[in-house]
Design a binder for this molecule. Structure first.
Ligand code: APR
Ligand code: PHB
Length: 393
């Protein structure tokens, strides 16, 4: 058995955990990151793909924006459509901000490289992670390393950055946490296709058959999504059925627009839910990202919310190590204010665009879409939320 020591033990090497270790190191605060998966797995898994203006600004400010600007795509807006109509919402005109298309896996790789260069201590491939002493001045995290050896990290603080299924959230006594949750009766079928995007900017499409989204990863890779019923078996969706549904829902042939099909490299089903745990702190444990809250992917808030939490958390932890506990005491309240704003926006985008089979609801959705795309106030509200509220909002 090995015992080691650090200032902050960071559970999880997703974007929240990696970015946190980077922000702490810049302020001279030492950390150790432990991760259940292998590094290859973490860097290859396909996740979100949109960075808000405030996320890009933060990454720029710490020297991590170079590849985003070189290889990512800056988008000034999105298309919202329903049968027979496609409207562009121009974020730059509305609120003076844009977003960048840049895969979460690319960001994870950039962060990993930056941490390697700085000599970050990592444990990948750990199992049996247990958090202890959260109510004391000397918390610890124990686990088995990739060779099966028992390791304990004694620390001053623990950052729970272990995503939707990690142990951090569950380490808070039940009597001290409250959960807010909404599940949706539909999922997304996501595909990664080896074909040039058929659009310059993302298309969010309402359709009586269900929602569809055309996104992208590069000049030669498209990312597309279809609304399917919750519990759908992926085997029911052969590639030709997927392309046929995408063509119908995205409006192939309408006003001269065409969807180009291509080989599907990966496909999976993504369940949709909204989830918030309050508070985001218990004693010496502070949560960030998916460990504390989950949003449905419509509107691309998950990654950005994790980045915003992490910026606030780094500030709080650095102050704590310098003897000022006040930012840590206010961390949960500050992070939750923004988390709830994003929870609302993601719920709103989701319920505006996904069909439920209820004709009254469909009428309401179309009325809302017509307003958002024709009113300056409606479009500005969407643009302000999509491009992101300031960190610390
Ligand atoms: N011990 C150590 N690490 C763990 C454990 C554990 N017991 N359980 C889970 N983890 C790891 C996961 O393997 C994962 O790599 O924690 C990491 C959490 O990373 P993410 O799931 O990427 O969460 P986060 O960093 O908060 O980023 C949020 O990810 O899910 C997307 O849409 C979401 O884009 C958003 C982003
Ligand atoms: C993606 O590219 O994966 C993506 C883009 C926008 C969303 C959700 C996902 O709203």
């Amino acid at each position: 058995m090995t015992t080691t020591r650090t200032t902050v033990a960071i559970v999880g090497a997703g974007p929240a955990g990696l970015l946190l270790s980077h922000l702490l190191a810049r302020e001279g605060v030492e950390s150790i990151v432990l991760e259940r998966r292998t590094r290859q797995y973490v860097e290859a898994r396909i996740r979100a793909g949109i960075l808000e203006a405030s996320s890009v600004a933060l990454l720029d400010s710490i020297g991590l924006g170079e590849r985003i600007h070189r290889e990512g795509f800056e988008h000034r807006g999105i298309y919202l459509q329903w049968p027979g109509e496609r409207h562009h919402i121009d974020f730059v005109d509305r609120v003076g901000k844009s977003v960048h298309v840049y895969g979460q896996s690319e960001l994870t790789r950039d962060l990993g490289r930056a941490r390697d260069a700085a000599g970050q201590r990592f444990f990948y491939g750990v199992s049996d992670t247990v958090l202890a002493g959260l109510d004391t001045d000397g918390p610890s995290v124990s686990f088995r390393d990739e060779r099966g050896e028992q390791v304990t990290i004694d620390c001053d603080l623990i950052a729970g950055c272990d995503g939707s299924f990690g142990p951090s959230r569950e380490s808070v006594p039940e009597s001290k946490r409250r959960i807010w949750e909404r599940s949706y009766p539909y999922s997304w079928l996501g595909v990664l296709a080896e074909v040039a995007p058929s659009t310059d900017e993302l298309i969010y499409a309402w359709h009586p058959d269900g929602f569809a989204l055309h996104s992208m990863r590069s000049e030669s890779v498209s990312r597309l999504y279809l609304q399917v019923d919750a519990g759908t078996d992926i085997a029911e969706w052969r590639d030709d059925r997927i392309w046929d549904a995408l063509a119908v829902r995205l409006g192939d042939g309408e006003a001269g627009w065409h969807l180009t099909a291509g080989p599907i490299a990966e496909k999976s089903i993504l369940p949709m839910r909204s989830f918030v745990m309050e508070p985001m702190r218990h004693g010496r444990l502070l949560l960030a990202g998916d460990a504390a809250h989950i949003v449905p992917p419509t509107g691309a808030k998950g990654l950005n919310l994790a980045i915003a939490d992490t910026a606030l958390l780094a500030e709080a932890l650095v102050a704590f190590t310098k003897g000022d506990a006040s930012p840590a005491e206010h961390y949960s309240e500050r992070a939750l204010r923004r988390a709830w704003r994003c929870t609302h926006f993601s719920w709103w985008m989701t319920t505006m665009l996904h069909t439920t089979g209820d004709p009254f609801e469909a009428k309401l959705q179309l009325a809302q879409l017509a307003w958002v795309t024709s009113s300056a106030a409606g479009a500005s509200g969407l643009a302000e939320n999509y491009t992101g509220m300031p960190i610390g909002f």
